[in-house]
Design a protein around this ligand. Structure first.
Ligand code: FES
Ligand SMILES: [Fe+2]
Length: 534
């Protein structure tokens, strides 16, 4: 875990800049030309994560004034379909009011305030309040006030629902509760142009999983907004995931991390002896810790055997509590990796484990820098070529214009305040969204969207109902998420402990890395701008 000190805010690991000349295609300017966030320390006051006063202000000054994804077009396939969208203490209703027309309203009856809908509905001809049956047309104009004679001072023509600005991009429906907001196009800036070759207009919603998390929405989102936690939280992935040597860019409300897929973590530079990781005789999950070489293996009783290269051995629970043996400490993330609820039968093992990448990694320490870059560039070219053919039936010949860099990188955007789209060059694209819920700043909902290319012929299947996971339920209960579930469990496990921990930070603030935490910094700088408004 030793990494060269570079004297700059860039890692010594292999950079995208070094790999770009080997690309067999033109790399888009928004990747080839870095757009870094100006340097500067960023501190976040810990109250931002739990204070009721901060939360109230954040709702009033930011959530009620910002563009945010409310739903997906596939949530509302037919005219008359509607769905509520909840954020913090507010609720909105999104309605499909024409074949290609949507409107958003505040989700409240103008009589005594009952929410007009608390769950999605289909093919309605009107929005009728379940309490005393006031009714509105789908475009929000007033349709009927029962016992109107008893409201002598009310003009029905003035009793239309309060409409909220609505915008659309990539088949997602955004709303902004502020009637005086800028347009969604202005807000997104150049972001949509990054997706021209692989548009989300050509994808449909396969699934949505919403998990309740016992942490502030920023704690949850921040866990996915940088990649340098990978060596610590996902040690099984470091072999082929260049964690702190990615490229981080920002453009207004949008920021992005690009990880040079296929490059090893620079944290591995002092690891010389990789050894072989044979499959376990029992067939149970097994993993090697990349830095110390310890073997973690699931036992029949559900605990974990941990054996160091020098033979020291211990037995630990899946949350790394010592049970017996001369070894006293084990890595919590690897214990969970081999023994957590994610290891239930039938859940696929990710194709990113140490075992698969190890043969390649063993050769790396013996190469000089230039040979290493050439080796990795060659592997990326090969992987990109195979990937092009894999997705050609789905995307068409446009794949010939997509660079190796785009096809082999791990790319995650952040659209302020809470959306994490990916470019979607795989069969399944996965987006995240993080929302505060109710009036508890220490709880949020993380939504995972699974989006697939439209079928070449015929209609795409309808979106299934949203699956909701309670806080203590493993992501692996949602088979829709696939192999990513096991990784998400590792990330999610940190969140409640961050939420508990920040209250104990003496200085009163947390501190963000200059470059690797660009996406977090961009989010907090934007949030500060909203909070500073009158
Ligand atoms: S509260 Fe809606 S009709 Fe009375
Ligand atoms: Fe992670």
């Amino acid at each position: 875990m030793v990494e060269t000190v570079t004297g700059t805010n860039r890692s010594a690991g292999i950079s995208l800049e070094e790999l770009l000349p080997y690309d067999t295609r033109a790399v888009p300017g928004h990747i080839a030309k870095p757009s870094p966030l100006p340097v500067g320390p960023t501190r976040v006051p810990v109250e931002a994560y739990y204070s009721q006063d901060y939360y109230r202000e954040e709702i009033d000054k930011m959530w009620l004034r910002v563009w945010q994804v409310a739903c997906h077009e596939d949530d509302l396939p037919d005219v008359g379909d509607y769905t509520p969208y909840e954020v913090a203490d507010r609720s909105f209703v999104i309605v499909k009011c024409g074949p290609d027309e949507y409107k958003a309203f505040k989700n409240a009856c103008l009589h005594r305030g009952r929410m007009l809908c608390e769950k999605p509905g289909k093919r309605a001809r009107e929005l009728r309040c379940p309490f005393h049956a006031w009714a509105w047309h789908l475009d929000g104009t007033n349709k009927e006030i029962p016992c109107q004679w008893d409201f002598p001072g009310i003009d029905p023509e003035e009793q239309n629902l309060t409409e909220v600005p609505l915008g659309r991009w990539g088949r997602f429906i955004f709303i902004n509760p502020d009637p005086d907001c800028e347009s969604l196009e202005q807000f997104l800036g150049e972001f949509p142009s990054h997706f021209e070759k692989y548009p989300y207009e050509k994808r449909y919603k396969v699934a949505q999983v919403s998990k309740v998390i016992r942490a502030n929405w920023k704690v949850a989102q921040d866990a996915f907004a940088e990649s340098w936690h990978v060596f610590s939280t996902h040690p099984q992935m470091v072999s082929a995931f260049g964690d702190p040597n990615g490229q981080f860019d920002a453009w207004g409300n949008v920021s992005r991390q690009y990880n040079t897929g296929g490059t090893p973590s620079p944290h591995l530079e002092d690891v010389k002896d990789w050894g072989e990781l044979e499959p376990s005789e029992s067939g149970r999950p097994r993993e090697m810790h990349p830095f110390c070489g310890a073997i973690y293996e699931l036992r029949e009783d559900g605990n974990v055997d941990v054996t160091m290269p020098n033979g020291a051995h211990g037995v630990f629970t899946r949350t790394a509590e010592w049970v017996e043996g001369d070894l006293g400490h084990a890595d919590i993330h690897l214990c969970q990796w081999v023994a957590g609820p994610q290891c239930k039968e039938g859940v696929p093992v990710p194709p990113i484990g140490m075992a698969t990448a190890r043969p390649m990694e063993r050769t790396l320490p013996t190469l000089d820098r230039k040979d290493l870059v050439e080796l990795i560039a060659g592997m990326r070219t090969e992987r990109a070529a195979a990937h092009r053919e894999y997705i050609r039936p789905l995307f068409g010949d446009v794949v010939d214009e997509i660079s190796d860099t785009e096809l082999t990188g791990n790319t995650y955007y952040n659209v302020f305040p809470n959306l994490m789209p990916t470019p979607g060059l795989a069969e399944s694209a996965i987006w995240f969204r993080f929302r505060p819920v109710g009036m508890n700043p220490e709880e949020c909902v993380m939504d995972v969207y699974v989006l697939a290319p439209m079928p070449i012929e015929g209609e795409h299947p309808p979106a299934p109902p949203v699956k909701v996971l309670d806080p203590d339920v493993s992501w692996t209960e949602a088979e829709e998420v696939g192999f990513l579930a096991r990784v998400l469990d590792q990330d999610t496990n940190n969140m409640p402990w961050v939420q508990r921990g920040v209250r104990n930070v003496d200085s009163g603030y947390v501190q963000l890395a200059d470059y690797n935490e660009t996406k977090l910094r961009n989010t907090y700088l934007k949030l500060d701008e909203y909070m500073a408004r009158p």
